[in-house]
Design a protein around this ligand. Structure first.
Ligand code: PLP
Length: 456
């Protein structure tokens, strides 16, 4: 039980929360009985009643170095005591942001050169789109404005980030949307419309992007944006040939390639950045979440030398007029620097690979269940897709509510995570222990069993 709160105060606060706090992706009925967290340590979260849970998704894919890191609290406190904030607009700068930029450019793709800081992944993607359009504008091709994104993508909730997000529920009720955003089907090997029945990927999913560029007219397309591995859309790793093909397609049609590494950045897949797996470099990279392990908000887009040069060499009548007050906030940058130091000192990128192999191997054993259709993952990202019929891959009817029941059954057994449809998603902190990873596997098997037998 909480040190400060008795049961009646917990209940009063819970009632106030549901009545007055509008939560992300809010629906009143879904919020009933919400867990109110109070503390955490490593990969474990504790709620106000003293219940403990393994943090199966690093909260929202972001608490990479785990909860309760005194070093990060100290880094924030030291910076706050030194300088609260200062104007970072042109003509002014602060020390932590310069040092962080130097550090980031040492770990991202070798072609990267310029960093613009914001606060959320959504903003980073919005600004990346502006940077892509601005690049073509200043290159004398102002008609290149269209942005191509993929089904199942999640890129955020601001206006442009919604427009490039590929899941229908995020669009409902918020129209009309801005023009010039085009969606194509994604790579989803288990349910691929082109090759699910074939022995291997035919890369027609990548070719669909080329067709979309040609149909739209390459001289009107600014960029393709994609997550290296889909996150919220169901943890879907692509075929190893996908990203190299995408890079070739973008080069062939002179279209920029934006990699949204808001989830996959900073070691999540067992490499510092996920496109390293396939030896591909993007033109623009977006980052957020694990850059600070979420101790404070920070995001950025990082421009390749080619794109950055357009900003550096802009004429006086076409300045790069984007901004947000908290861009390069000194506290966020100081925490990010310390967080990167922890990732490096503790070898957490390599640890993500090792623990990811263990988690994915454990989850793969669940394929013996009559309702586990697919198990997929890369590094410390994984998903288990539950189906009604393994032979036909038919899902349960939505009316059965299997997805929410799975999430609830996992939570009741001490693992918190999220589901996409009937896929259970995993991305624990990179410090997750062997025992915790194994426990997550056991709980998942148990929860699937109970839910599909109608016992939970
Ligand atoms: C891949 C990806 N891009 C962008 C975003 C948006 O980030 P934020 O919620 O910080 O706006 C998310 C959030 O989950 C994400 O997973």
């Amino acid at each position: 039980m909480s040190k400060q709160l008795d049961e009646s105060e917990i209940q009063r606060l819970a009632a106030y929360d549901i009545a007055h706090v509008v939560h992300p992706q809010f629906h009143r009925a879904d919020h009933d009985g919400a867990v109110i967290y109070e503390s955490g340590s490593g990969a474990v979260l504790r709620d106000v009643r003293g219940n403990e849970y393994i943090d199966g998704l690093s909260s929202l894919w972001n608490v990479a170095v785990g909860h309760g890191r005194r070093e990060l609290a100290d880094a924030a406190a030291e910076q706050m005591a030194q300088l609260a904030f200062s104007n970072g607009y042109t003509g002014y700068a602060n020390l932590p942001s310069i040092r962080l930029t130097e550090r980031l450019l040492g770990i991202v793709y070798p072609n990267m050169s310029g960093v613009f800081y914001a606060n959320s992944g959504s903003e980073a993607n919005d600004f990346a789109i502006k940077a892509a359009r601005y690049f073509w504008y200043t290159s004398g091709q102002p008609a290149k404005t269209k942005i191509i994104s993929r089904g199942e993508a999640y890129h955020g909730s601001t206006m442009a980030a919604t427009a490039i997000t590929g899941m229908a529920p995020f669009h409902k009720g918020f129209g009309p949307e801005p023009p010039d955003f085009i969606q194509v089907p994604t790579c989803y090997p288990y349910r691929c419309q082109w090759c699910a029945a074939k022995p291997g990927c035919t890369l027609e999913c990548a070719d669909a992007i080329e067709r979309a560029i040609v149909e739209a007219g390459a001289d009107t397309v600014a960029a393709v944006i994609a997550e290296p591995v889909h996150g919220a859309g169901g943890v879907i790793p692509p075929d190893p040939g996908y990203w190299p093909r995408l890079r070739q397609i973008c080069d062939r049609h002179d279209v920029l390639l934006i990699a949204d590494e808001v989830i996959t950045g900073f070691g999540r897949t067992g490499r510092w950045f996920a496109l390293e797996h396939w030896d591909v470099q993007p033109d623009i990279l977006t980052i957020a979440k694990a850059v600070t392990s979420a101790y404070v908000p920070l995001s950025a887009f990082i421009a390749s030398e080619r794109v950055h040069r357009a900003i550096l060499e802009a004429p006086a009548d076409a300045k790069f007029m984007i901004g947000c007050t908290n861009s390069a906030h000194p506290t966020a940058c100081a925490v990010a620097l310390r967080n990167l130091q922890i990732l490096e000192d503790e070898g957490l990128v390599e640890r993500a690979r090792v623990m990811g192999d263990r988690l994915n191997a454990g989850l793969a054993r669940l394929r013996e269940s009559p309702h586990v259709g697919d198990v997929r993952g890369l590094g410390l990202m994984a998903a288990v897709e539950v189906v009604q019929d393994v032979a036909t891959r038919a899902p349960f009817p939505p009316s059965a509510g299997i997805g929410p029941k799975l999430a609830r059954a996992m939570r009741d057994r001490g693992v918190v995570t999220r589901v996409k449809g009937e896929s259970i998603l995993f991305a624990p902190p990179l410090v997750v222990t062997e025992e915790q990873a194994d426990r997550m596997v056991d709980v998942t098997g148990d929860a699937i069993d109970a839910v599909t037998k109608g016992q939970a």
